[in-house]
Design a protein around this ligand. Structure first.
Ligand SMILES: O=C(O)c1ccccc1N[C@@H]1O[C@H](COP(=O)(O)O)[C@@H](O)[C@H]1O
Length: 224
């Protein structure tokens, strides 16, 4: 079972999460819901510090970004995995362009777990993406993720059963040390992801990662 840790805003935090057991490290460029984003120079610094010790994952499509801007940013940052969860719609031509212009970069498509239609979406697009990240949608938000809340794991399980032999499925949404074992037992995904429940926030302001919670999250997930 792989672990993906989001909310990385400095190279020190990236290295601490690596040491705590993160297999994939995620960051958000330019804009974010929780203000856990970084700008390009910091992102380049963080990815350089990680090197090949973890998969480097990036969300580039929040805010006003369109497909051209996302591709241009991807060419500069060169993530191992492009995580699509915001304004760039699921578009087969865009996926093709990513593969042609950024060979080797994998695509992680967010699936908003809003209801049974998520299972239909995941089944219909299974040959497009390398990964699905099954994530919660916060009421009133246009993107998928950073909700800090779980969703219906029965639907997630249905997606793993339907496409898990073709797409690597990562479960996200409100996961932390307190519930990751139950989530894995219920869904049996390829990996698990955490932002809010392994972070420090004060009065709704994101302050960084809680490395001991990251360590516990990774320890539990790695027993599977
Ligand atoms: O990390 C963010 O700021 C972010 C912003 C917009 C969409 C998605 C984002 N992050 C992804 O959401 C998951 C789940 O978050 P949580 O654990 O429920 O708070 C996070 O790990 C990222 O994959």
């Amino acid at each position: 079972m792989i672990t993906q840790i989001y909310g990385i805003i400095s190279k020190e935090q990236a290295l601490a999460c690596l040491e705590a057991g993160a297999d994939y490290i995620g960051l958000v460029l330019n804009d974010s819901i929780k203000k856990d984003h970084v700008m390009l120079p910091e992102a380049l610094d963080i990815f350089a510090a990680i090197g090949d010790r973890a998969k480097k994952v990036a969300i580039l499509d929040l805010g006003l970004c369109g497909e051209e801007a996302v591709l241009a940013l991807a060419k500069e940052l060169r993530p191992d995995i492009l995580h699509l969860c915001g304004s760039v719609t699921t578009n087969r031509d865009f996926y093709r362009r990513c593969r042609q212009e950024m060979p080797g970069m994998e695509i992680m498509q967010a699936v908003g777990m809003v209801g049974p239609e998520a299972v239909d979406f995941a089944t219909a697009h299974a040959e497009w993406a390398d990964y699905y990240i099954l994530d919660t949608v916060k009421t009133g938000e246009s993107g998928v993720g950073a909700a800090g809340a779980t969703h219906d794991w029965n639907l997630s399980r249905q997606i793993v059963e339907a496409v898990g032999d073709r797409v690597k499925v990562i479960l996200a949404g409100g996961l932390g040390p307190h519930n990751v074992a139950a989530a894995i037992e219920a869904v049996r995904p390829y990996g698990v992801d955490s932002l809010t429940m392994t972070s420090i926030e004060k009065d709704g302001v994101f302050l960084g990662k809680d490395v001991e919670k990251v360590r516990e999250f990774c320890r539990i997930a790695h027993t599977y």
